[in-house]
Design a protein around this ligand. Structure first.
Ligand code: HPA
Length: 276
């Protein structure tokens, strides 16, 4: 995999480089319901994932599947409108290929966003959580297979995946915008099914505050290749068994879309803070 992925990444980076007149500093991955955020970018170049050679393409509804490169309040950004998920059938190496591409394009920090289910009773639908750490053992490591030595170490440290400086900027941004920002541990499942109540009880006992189907793998790949990482979660529903009603993707989209204006304000401020 290593050799092949190295070649695929180089080809994808060369393709994007040719079309890009800028060096993005901050990479942003927009989760469910947040896609409209890309409209705030003064776009320099928009590239559908399907146009990039060797690139995985998002198949799930609610994810546009394209890069928007440009400036946001003057900060050079690479915004991913939609991500690929493990549950779509891709290998983890494909799922994190966009993160590694952003690193090759010059990105220094990434902000990952998602919608998730609240396990901690304090996390009600519509609230936000700053991810301080994660549990990722339910999915294969994105670093499995031959190591990409040009990007990072074979055995990278993961004792601080989420950058303490970026965490502080996120707290500061939330305070400035008057947005209540909880903090907690995110657990990534393989999906695509939602969890059983017994699974959620177990995850809670293991230390998880919120559950979702993305993000941790991207954070690990980002950390591996030396990016600073920050992740924000919009709690879209109470997790299974805590919620009195069955879970549905419609509920996830509805709540995350309703909270999108607040999430966008928080994200915009954070990007501005990072760019300073
Ligand atoms: N479980 C897993 N993924 C999710 C959830 C959930 O409850 N809500 C949004 N994404």
């Amino acid at each position: 995999m290593g050799q092949k992925m190295e070649g695929r990444l180089a080809a994808a980076a060369a393709f994007v480089h040719e079309r890009l007149g800028m060096t993005p500093q901050v990479g942003v991955v927009l989760g469910s319901g947040l896609g409209d955020f890309a409209a705030l970018v003064e776009a320099d170049c928009i590239l559908p994932y399907a146009d990039i050679p060797g690139f995985p393409t998002a198949t799930v509804e609610g994810h546009a599947g394209r890069f928007v490169f440009g400036r946001l309040d003057g900060v050079p950004v690479a915004v991913m409108q939609g991500r690929v998920h493990y549950y779509e059938g891709y290998d983890m190496a494909d799922v994190v290929m966009p993160i590694r591409l952003m690193r090759l394009l010059g990105v220094k920090s990434v902000v990952l966003t998602n919608a998730s289910g609240g396990i901690n009773p304090a996390l009600k639908p519509g609230t936000f959580m700053l991810v301080t750490d994660h549990l990722s053992f339910l999915v294969p490591s994105p670093l499995r297979g031959a190591n990409l030595d040009s990007l990072g170490l074979r055995f990278p440290d993961m004792s601080q995946v989420y950058d303490s400086g970026l965490l502080d900027l996120a707290r500061k941004s939330a305070a400035a915008e008057g947005v209540e920002l909880h903090e907690g541990v995110y657990i990534q499942t393989a999906g695509p099914n939602f969890e059983t109540p017994a699974e959620i009880r177990m995850y809670g006992r293991l230390g998880a505050d919120a559950v979702g189907m993305s993000t941790a793998c991207e954070a690990m790949a980002a950390r591996h290749c030396g990016l600073r990482v920050c992740a924000l979660s919009c709690i879209a529903n109470l997790a299974a068994g805590i919620s009195p009603t069955p879970l549905s993707i419609e509920e996830v989209y509805e709540v995350s879309a309703r909270q999108a204006p607040v999430f966008q304000r928080l994200l915009r401020r954070l990007i501005r803070e990072i760019g300073v």
